[in-house]
Design a protein around this ligand. Structure first.
Ligand SMILES: Nc1ncnc2c1ncn2[C@@H]1O[C@H](COP(=O)(O)OP(=O)(O)O)[C@@H](O)[C@H]1O
Ligand SMILES: [Mg+2]
Length: 299
């Protein structure tokens, strides 16, 4: 029997593992400006997986999660086939067994700083997901309080930022309030921990799901792909701080003259290597662990 592919996303593949479980495999694919690039970033999938497992562990007393195991020895034997010639070694550290959840139709974003689409909306209407904000805030400014700013989960095209009341319309008042409280507290804790390592978590996106009727943290948690991490020493309100991880890729693409329509130009090997190193550094700095100690990582 081989594992049935049930979903192939920008970064992850999901396979049906039976018994209400899924095998979730994080690839080394990277996207920039909403386009997936051709070159994999070595160890990126392992970094995303290791960070998620770290945060799920840190937040375990706050909420249950979908994680069953990340230990390659506990994965279904068929998973070895997915690793190609490398067998189980190929997916060690990037594959996790999770419980299948009934996902909320929301991207549960929490913002502590004014960036991205939040900054854009503020410039247009001095509001954030429909809620008015004080005047005079600058790009990258810290918000008075972290705010739960959900969006829809678009199956095609861009997610749509919505207000809290619109989230209530989608999932009900009780569920929306639970999701908000959980995510804001998870953000507060993670942001405080990251701050001690000199990293600002400007914003992050959680995906929650129901498992046995309980709200659980699913998908990836507080990774560079789901969060804006800024080096604190380069944060200056009024400017756009560099992204901790993807900046070498973004800078090179900006300088290449590419029109941001697919196909993207091939990334030079040194940009790939620098980006891989930045992902590894993000994990080691923020989580205080060595990637070499994570399953299957070259380190
Ligand atoms: N426990 C779970 N049960 C069901 N679906 C999940 C679970 N955890 C994550 N997912 C879904 O798996 C997918 C992960 O693949 P990814 O490559 O991140 O996709 P996307 O391109 O949609 O971000 C997402 O659609 C996410 O909502
Ligand atoms: Mg995703």
């Amino acid at each position: 029997m081989s594992l049935q592919l049930v979903h192939s996303g920008k970064v992850r593949e999901l396979y049906d593992a039976g018994d209400g479980q899924l095998l979730m495999v994080a690839s080394d694919r990277i996207s920039a400006f909403d386009v997936v690039l051709a070159e994999p970033i070595p160890d990126k999938g392992r970094v995303l997986t290791a960070m998620t497992v770290h945060w799920l562990d840190e937040l375990a007393d706050l909420a249950p999660s979908h994680l069953v195991t990340a230990d390659p020895a506990e994965l279904p034997a068929e998973a070895a086939e997915l690793g190609g010639p490398a067998g189980m070694a190929g997916i060690a550290g990037r594959a996790v067994l999770v419980r299948r959840a009934e996902m909320l139709p929301l991207e549960c974003i929490v913002r502590g700083y004014l960036a991205g689409s939040g900054w854009k909306e503020y410039g247009q209407s001095r509001s954030l997901h429909g809620t008015p904000l004080p005047a005079g805030l600058e790009q990258a400014d810290r918000l008075p309080e972290p705010v739960f700013t959900p969006s829809t989960k678009a199956t095609e095209g861009h997610d749509l930022n919505i207000s809290f009341d619109e989230a209530v319309d989608l999932v009900g008042k009780e569920m929306a309030e639970k999701a908000r409280d959980l995510c804001v507290e998870a953000y507060r804790r993670a942001a405080a921990a990251a701050e001690r390592t000199g990293i600002i978590v400007a914003d992050t996106k959680f995906e929650l799901g129901l498992i046995d009727g309980e709200l659980a943290l699913c998908d990836e948690v507080l990774t560079p792909d789901s969060s804006r991490f800024w080096p604190a020493e380069q944060w200056r309100p009024g400017t756009s701080p560099p992204s901790f991880d993807k900046q070498p890729v973004r800078d090179w693409l900006e300088g290449s003259g590419w029109d941001k329509q697919p196909p993207p130009p091939p990334l030079p090997a040194d940009v790939v290597a620098q980006t891989s190193e930045r992902y590894t550094t993000a994990y080691e700095r923020i989580c205080g662990r060595r990637l070499a100690d994570w399953y299957g990582a070259a380190g």
